[in-house]
Design a protein around this ligand. Structure first.
Ligand code: ZN
Length: 284
């Protein structure tokens, strides 16, 4: 039976949804006070700060920390650049552990400047994923690959399909009952994929669904990066995809992640948190 998302303990806020209007301490406080069960913070809110203290605040607020967003892009023009990117991600995984995050979210990056070789970029991503999986295991942080809509293949993610993410997981980690490597499924990125339900079932069977992100695809979309809609305002069958993910065995929190420069980011945090709660109940 589908879970009832009027229960906000099943729901989480990706802090980007609130537009980075306030220091993370205030965001944590607002999300907890609104009754949500979890949160997914970003590096820009955390790095250079007292990460341990932020971790304590998250625990005091009794918020589950889902994914820590997000990786430094992997593909580079040369080996030194590649290794520097991997190293930056190791440090971020160290912070994810201090925050108590369940997973580190990998948005893998596109082509290095000047490159026309997407296969080479993908190969670097697979190499780095193996290295970061080892580091994550050592820190108790899972690695979550997030495939992005193919419109971003050049500049943000040469990993576009859920099936590709799962192929990387299988190749690196093999079959295991409790995998450390998996995928975040974001409706914005996968809703159009004719094979998405097949791949959700595959991901669930392998226990590799590490997160489920919701928002909506507006028509028209004015900016594919920062014009995401609230659930129910666009064309994505959000409820249908949630049902598929839960039928596949996903029992984790449902996370709202909305980049919305001209709408939601301009509203007070509490207003957006209230709107999210409403749409979790009626359109998710
Ligand atoms: Zn996402």
């Amino acid at each position: 039976m589908a879970r009832d998302l009027r229960d906000l303990s099943l729901c989480a806020i990706n802090t980007a949804t609130l537009g980075f209007q306030a220091p993370v301490e205030q965001v944590i406080e607002a999300v907890a006070r609104a009754g949500y069960g979890g949160i997914a913070p970003w590096r820009r809110e955390v790095e250079g700060r007292d990460v341990k203290a932020i971790g304590r605040r998250l625990r005091d607020a009794r918020l589950k920390v889902l994914g820590y967003c997000r990786s430094t892009y992997i593909p580079a023009s040369d080996r030194a650049g590649f290794l520097a990117n991997v190293e930056a991600n190791r440090r971020a995984i160290d912070d994810a552990a201090l925050l108590g995050a369940d997973s580190f979210v990998m948005v893998v990056g596109g082509l290095p400047a000047g490159s026309k070789d997407i296969a080479a970029a993908r190969a670097q991503v697979a190499d780095a994923t193996g290295l970061l999986l080892d580091h994550g295991k050592g820190r108790g942080v899972k690695i979550a690959l997030e495939p992005l809509h193919p419109v971003y293949a050049a500049d943000r993610s040469c990993l576009s399909l859920l099936s590709e993410a799962l192929d990387i997981c299988d190749a690196i980690e093999g079959v295991t009952a409790s995998p450390w490597l998996g995928a975040c499924i974001d409706v914005y990125h996968v809703w159009w994929d004719p094979n998405v339900k097949r791949d959700i079932a595959r991901a669930g069977a392998a226990n590799r669904i590490f997160g489920f992100h919701v928002c909506d695809w507006l028509v028209p979309t004015e900016d594919v990066l920062n014009d995401r809609g609230m659930m129910g305002d666009g064309v994505i069958g959000v409820r249908d995809l949630r049902a598929a993910v839960e039928a596949a065995g996903y029992a984790g929190l449902i996370e709202v992640e909305i980049f919305s420069a001209k709408n939601w980011w301009k509203r007070p945090m509490n207003e957006t948190l209230k709107a999210c709660a409403g749409r979790f109940a009626t359109a998710t």
